[in-house]
Design a protein around this ligand. Structure first.
Ligand code: M6R
Length: 617
């Protein structure tokens, strides 16, 4: 939810930290802050005049950059933070870094300290004075409380006292060249470069300087100075860790001339689909993993995820059930562990997550493992918690996704769910070799069809630009079109702030149709020839109550000849097998949402109140 970065090296730290924060801003953007330390001999200061230089500011990173105090920051070691507020409103004082009471220790924190009230009361009873409303300040105060000359000892005691989740960067005035990092349940990487070393919440923050990283594990402590990185455990024993070379470059995490990351990422989808198909259906890591799965071992399949990843699961369910004739459950990860789920060692639990760090999905995975179920991650971020902890993991070849609204990762998730459904059906003897190959060919054809939609973007752009005045938009579909309608609705409301809801076409008349009036837009999705007549009847029902209809679908022109009605605008999508049609509908729906939000002049990549990676419950 928050982004943290730290740098110590031979270059000036402030510009490096600010640049890193820019690349982490997708994780939260309520406020930002930076703390630097300079060796006192460099400053010619007496001990008592020496301390942290801190600038913190409510609002976007730009506000911090424009603060005149930021330009005056000096030093080669520092930590920075971009915040998604949990405890305490977005304000200057609640921004990170936080300092202990005597300003000896500074920390940046991503996560939630669940027992902060108890710790705070204890420290206050011993004389500590807190200045912020945050849970995080307790970490700095506690570290100072325990500090008596050895920062690592103090931090080990501090970590042992904390309950909750944390990724931390810590500095101490007595060790001005050192940053200490530790994680529990929140991501943290260490970057090593020729001019210095880094801690960061995510790889893009360091890519301008290095592609050599270490992924930290829970409980590990990293001690970094300008020349080296040392990993130790809580007994202060040195640990050896494998270094990873990141294969994508800084350009992948740049806008590349597009006005927004979201548009860039939508546009990248033909390549992403192609890459994901390649590593999944040709020779690649995903194929090897899928080959290992014996679906006959399971009598139950559960897909669990949050947000768009959950919607991908909804689409996947239709494909599994149609091809395997086996029921599949799709559960919201935030509900999963609280419903005493009926799962055991004969259950396969599929966890879908772009970030691999969504707190609820991680908790669902751990719950499933604790009950003996087999776990299979579908993840975009290599080295993430779900990638590491799930028994098997498939990777979406989407590359870094920066816009808060997911697009290309969602599309890649669909491909992997199709692939699993095909494998399951083949495993269960439900598909002949010929039928399997035919369906695989349909999937291989998707990247070119996605490109076709993007080549004809003008029609959607023009239509969507005229939709900015709608107060309410409904999305309807039947069967798998209903599943993708849910994603269309989420995408629209998330970035345009227009109220929207998704309904099964037949369900509107059971209550919601009372909300349809003049100037309501109903986006109707129709990709199933057998259900086209039914969904068109639903469209007629809303039109006769004053609604306008945008009809998106691929059933073939003849079926849409009845669209002479001036209240209906039909935008035809390329033809494809109905089971894989969500891949094409998704792109049209993403463009629809994007152009509305962009035409409203909104901050499309960073919608209000949201963060890309939801690492709190
Ligand atoms: O990283 P994850 O895929 O686990 O994230 C799940 C949701 O938070 C995410 O899909 C969210 O709904 C997106 N902002 C939707 O665009």
């Amino acid at each position: 939810m928050c982004g943290i970065i730290g740098y110590t090296g031979r270059k000036k730290a402030a510009p490096i930290i600010l640049d890193g924060l820019k690349r982490l801003e997708y994780r939260g953007y309520d406020s930002a802050g930076i703390a630097l330390l300079t060796r006192r001999e460099d400053l010619g200061l007496r001990r008592e005049d020496y301390g942290f230089q801190v600038v913190k500011q409510k609002g976007r990173l730009a506000a911090l950059e424009e603060n005149p105090k930021t330009a005056k920051l000096e030093g080669f070691t520092g930590i920075g933070h971009t915040r998604w507020a949990t405890h305490g409103e977005p304000s200057d004082i609640n921004s990170h870094p936080h300092l202990g009471g005597s300003n000896r220790v500074a920390i940046v924190h991503n996560g939630i300290i669940e027992n902060y009230k108890q710790l705070k009361a204890k420290l206050e009873s011993k004389g500590a004075r807190f200045v912020s409303q945050t849970d995080s300040e307790v970490i700095a105060q506690l570290a100072e409380h325990y500090y008596s000359g050895d920062l690592i000892d103090a931090l080990i005691k501090t970590f042992n006292a904390l309950q909750g989740s944390f990724a931390l960067g810590v500095m101490c005035v007595d060790n001005p060249d050192i940053i200490i990092a530790v994680r529990k349940d929140n991501p943290l990487i260490i970057g090593v470069s020729e001019h210095g070393n880094f801690i960061a919440s995510d790889v893009p923050a360091v890519l301008n300087h290095t592609n050599k990283v270490y992924y930290m594990e829970d409980g590990e402590i990293a001690v970094i100075n300008k020349d080296e990185v040392t990993f130790i455990n809580s007994d202060k024993e040195v640990i050896t860790k494998p270094q990873t070379t990141v294969t994508w470059g800084v350009d992948d995490a740049e806008k590349g001339g597009y006005p927004h990351f979201m548009l860039k990422e939508i546009t990248e989808q033909p390549k992403v689909l192609n890459d994901t198909v390649n590593i999944t259906f040709n020779e690649g890591e995903n194929k090897k993993t899928i080959d290992k799965i014996d679906f006959l071992m399971f009598n139950r399949i559960v897909i669990t995820a949050c947000g768009s990843a959950y919607n991908a699961g909804l689409c996947g369910r239709y494909v599994f059930e149609k091809l395997c004739r086996r029921s599949v459950e799709v559960e919201l990860a935030s509900e999963f562990r609280y419903k005493d789920p009926i799962i055991d060692e004969k259950t396969l639990v599929i966890l879908v997550s772009q970030s691999g760090e969504t707190a609820d999905t991680i908790a669902a995975m751990r719950e499933a493992k604790a009950r003996g179920a087999a776990t299979l991650g579908i993840v975009n971020v290599i080295g993430s918690t779900i990638a590491k902890e799930s028994a098997l993991c498939l990777f979406t070849a989407a590359g870094p996704e920066i816009a808060v609204a997911t697009t290309k990762a969602f599309s890649a998730q669909l491909i992997l769910l199709y692939a699993l459904a095909l494998k399951a059906a083949a495993n269960m003897g439900r598909l002949t070799e010929g039928a399997l190959l035919k369906l695989e060919d349909e999937i291989r054809a998707l990247p070119a069809k996605a490109a076709e939609i993007l080549e004809n973007v003008d029609v959607l752009q023009k239509y969507s630009s005229n939709c900015i005045g709608y107060k309410s938009v409904f999305f309807i579909g039947r069967n798998i079109d209903y599943a993708i309608a849910a994603e269309g609705s989420l995408k629209l409301k998330e970035i345009s702030y227009i109220h929207s809801e998704a309904y099964a076409g037949g369900e509107l008349k059971h209550g919601t149709i009372s909300l349809i009036e003049d100037n309501t837009l109903v986006v109707t999705i129709s990709n199933n020839p057998a259900l086209h007549g039914k969904i068109m009847s639903n469209a007629e029902q809303v039109i006769s109550r004053g609604a306008n209809v945008l009809l998106l679908g691929n059933c073939g022109g003849a079926r849409f000849e009845d669209c002479g009605n001036e209240k209906i605008t039909f935008i035809k999508l390329p033809c494809c097998h109905e089971l894989f049609s969500p891949s094409l509908s998704a792109i049209a729906l993403q463009l629809f949402a994007y152009y509305i939000a962009a035409n409203k002049g909104l901050d499309v990549d960073k919608p209000r109140n949201l963060a890309k990676s939801v690492t709190v419950e």
